[in-house]
Design a protein around this ligand. Sequence first.
Ligand SMILES: Nc1ncnc2c1ncn2[C@@H]1O[C@H](COP(=O)(O)OP(=O)(O)OP(=O)(O)O)[C@@H](O)[C@H]1O
Length: 812
Amino acid sequence: MSNAEMEREQAYVSRLYRRLDGLREQASARLAGTLRHSDGTATELWEREATAARHTERLARLAAAEQGLCFGRLDFRDGPSRYVGRIGLPAEDGEDTEEDAEPLLLDWRAPAARPFYLATALAPDGVRRRRHIRTKGRQVIDLNDEILDLREDGQPADTELIGEAALMAALNADRSGRMGDIVATIQAEQDVIIRSGHRGVLVVQGGPGTGKTVVALHRAAYLLYTYRDLLAKRGVLVIGPNTTFLRYIEDVLPALGETGVLLSTIGGLFPGVRADGTESPQAAAIKGRAVMVDVVAAAVRDRQWVPPDVLEVKAEQGTLHLDRATCERVRDLARRSRLLHNQARPIVVRELLDVLARQAADRLNASILLPEVLADLGLEPGEEEVTDLFDADDVAAFRRELAHDPAVHAALDQVWPALTPQELLAGLYSSAERLASAAPELTQDERDLLLRDPAAPWTPADVPLLDEAAELLGEDERAAKAQAEAAHRRRIAYAQGVLDVAFGSRSIDLEDDEEAALMPGDLVDAEMLAGRHDEHDPRTTAERAAADRTWAFGHVIVDEAQELSPMAWRLLFRRCPTRWMTLVGDLAQTGDAAGASSWEQVLDPHVPGRWRLERLTVNYRMPAEFLKVATTVRAELTTAPDLPNGHRDDPADGHGLPSAEETSGRLAAETLVSVREIGSDPWRLEVSPGELPGRLAELVAAEVAELGEGRLAVLTPGSLRDELARAVAVPSPEPGEDPELRDQVVVLAVGQAKGLEFDSVLVVEPARILAEGPRGANDLFVALTRATKRLGIVHTDGHPLPTALAALLPPI
Ligand SMILES: Nc1ncnc2c1ncn2[C@@H]1O[C@H](COP(=O)(O)OP(=O)(O)OP(=O)(O)O)[C@@H](O)[C@H]1O
C-alpha cells in the first residue's frame, strides 16, 4: 500500500479520534453539569439521577470504542465511501447538523454497514472495494484491499473469506487467555446469524472453532443495538457452562460497548443459592432428567401429610387430636383450591385451627359440665342451651390462643409445612424413605446416588430442581415478608444516599440564605422518598434480573447449549416467556450425560416445530491438518459397530444408536473446513507407563521453549489430572483463580477445557479419555480441537488408539 494512501487513512482515522475525544468531553461536561445541580423537587432529583446514569453509560460506550475504533472502509460504485467501526460517530457538530448528514463513522451493526461483512465479488452489493484498516492505538499500521468489482478489475474468482489478511492476522495471533471481539473480521455465514431477524428460538449448530461463542456474543451486541428500548428494560441473559468460561468471554461485550448483559451459569440462576458443591456425574445426570419434574411434584405432595391414625397436639389447653379423616378432608380442600403449596397453607391453618378451637371448647365444656354438676342443676347432659357454654366469640378467642401455641405450630408444620425450595430438596435428599416415596421411577441405586447430608452444599444440577420446587411451592410468606422488608430497607438506604448527595453538592452561595438553602432533605425524609419512588430501583437491569428468580429476560443466549439437561431447559424457558432465544452448540461435543444428542429432543417439549436451525461450517481455530485428524477420529468412533464400552456416543437415556440429528451433527463435523494450513500434522509419542510423568514434564518444557508468548494446555483424563499436574509442577490454584485463563501452562481434565483454546495442546492418554466419560468420543473430540498452532498426543501402550491417531508420527 502506498505511503500516500496510508497517510490519507491516517488523517481520516485521526479525525475520527478527534471526534471521539470531542464527544467524550461533551458527555463528561454534561455528566458534571447534571451532578452539579442538586436543587429541585424530589422528582427532579430522580430524573437527574436517570440522566446522570445515561451520560455515564454513554461515556463508557465511548471509552470502549478506543481500541480499533475504525477498522474498515467501503468504496461504492456510486456514492461516497463509508468508514465502518465499533460505534457510529455523527458528523462534526453532532446534533446541529441535519438528520440525514452522512455519519463520519458507521456502527458495524447499522444496516448500511452490512456490505462490509457480506459483499463478495460475485455479489458485490454496489461495493467496489472493501478495505480493512488495522490500527495499533491510534496509529494506522496496515491496509488490505479487496476489489469486488470484477468488471473494472478483472480479478479472479470470488474468495470465500472476507478480509482474508486481517482474518489471518487475527487467527495467527497468540492466545491471551481471554476471548476478543471479531467485529473487524466477521465472516458472511456468521453475519447472517448475528443479524438474524428470527424472533423465536434460533439454534446454531457448528463444529468446534466455528465461532459459535463469538458469534453468539456479537448477536447479543447486535440485538441490544437494534432493539435497545425493548432489551434494555428486560435485559439479555447469556448462559455459559461454568464460571471459568464466563470469565473467558466476559471482556467481549464490554469491548463492544455493551455492559447490560447478565452472564451466568445455570447454577447461578437461583438468587440466594451458591451452587458450588460437587457431585458425581451420575448423580448430576439423574437430577437433570425430565422425570425429576414428577419427583419434585411428588416430594411436595408427600409433605402434605395425613397421620396414619391420629395426630396428638399437646397444647397448653390440654391434649387435642387431629384424626386422619379430618386431616384428609382439609388436605383435599387445600389441594382443590389449586393454589400453590405455600399459598394454600392458610386454608389448612384456618380449617385445622377451627377444628382445634372447637375441640378445645368442647373439652372445656365437658370438663365444666360434668354429669354430677348437671345433675345438681337438674339438667340432662346434651341439653343444648346449657351444654354449649361458649359462644362464637369464645371459640374465636380459643382459636387465637391456639394460633400462638408452639405445639399447634408444630402440628401444622407436620401436616402442611411452609417450605422453601431449599427445605423441600434438602429434606428429600437426606431421607431414603422420602426418596423412595417421591421417586419410584428411579432404581434403588439411582436413589442412593441422590442421598446426601442435609447440610451439603448445593450443586449446579440442584438449581433447576430448586427452581422447579419454587414453582410448585409458591412464595413462602416468611421469605416473601423478609424479602419485601429487605427491598424496602434498600430503597430507604438509596433514598438517604440521594439526599446526602443533594446536601453535599449544594451550592455554597446558598448557604447564607436560609430560605434559598432549603434542601430536599428538609422537605422529605428518606423513608418518604423511598415510598414515593418505590418503583424506582437504582440497580442496573442486569443486577435486578440477577436478584429476581422470576425475571423474564428479553432475550436469552445459551452457549455450549448441548450440555444442558432437560431440567435446565425447563428453567431457562421459564426465564424467557417470549421464547426469543439464540442457542449455540455442537452435538458432537456433548460431554454431560444429561446433555443433548438431538436438538429436537431438547426443543420439542418447549417449542415443538417452532425453532430454526442454522449451521456454521468453517473452523477458524485449527489448522486443516489438526481438523482432519480430529474429524477422522470422531467419524471412526461414532460409526464403528462394536466399540468397547464408552467409545460409542451413547445418548443419556442409554437407548441405542445415534439419532438422525446426532448423525447430522457428525456429518457436519466431517464436512467442517478450516481456513488455514500449517504444513505439519499433529505428532504422537508412545511412552511406558512408568515414564509418563517424567517424559510429559520434558515435553512441556520443550513446547514452552517453542511457544514464546503462547499458552500450552495438557489435556488429560479426569483420573490423571492431579498426578500429571504435579509431574508438570503446575502450582495448585488458589480458590477463585482461573489458571485456565492465566497461566502459560495448564493441566486440565478435558471437561475443564470445553469452549477454551490454546496455542499448543498435549492430549494425554486418549484411550482413557474415551473410556472415562459417559460420552468419551465427544470428550476426545473436544480435546483434539482446542489447539490453534501445535498439537501432540502422548500415550502409553496397552490401550488401542483410534486408527487416525495410531497413524501419527513421533515428533521430530
Ligand atoms: N470471523 C472471525 N474472525 C476472527 N476470529 C474468529 C472469527 N470467527 C471465529 N474466530 C476465532 O475462532 C476461535 C474459535 O471461536 P469460538 O470459540 O467462538 O468457536 P466455537 O464454535 O464456540 O468453538 P467450540 O465449539 O470449540 O467451543 C476464536 O479464537 C475466535 O475468536
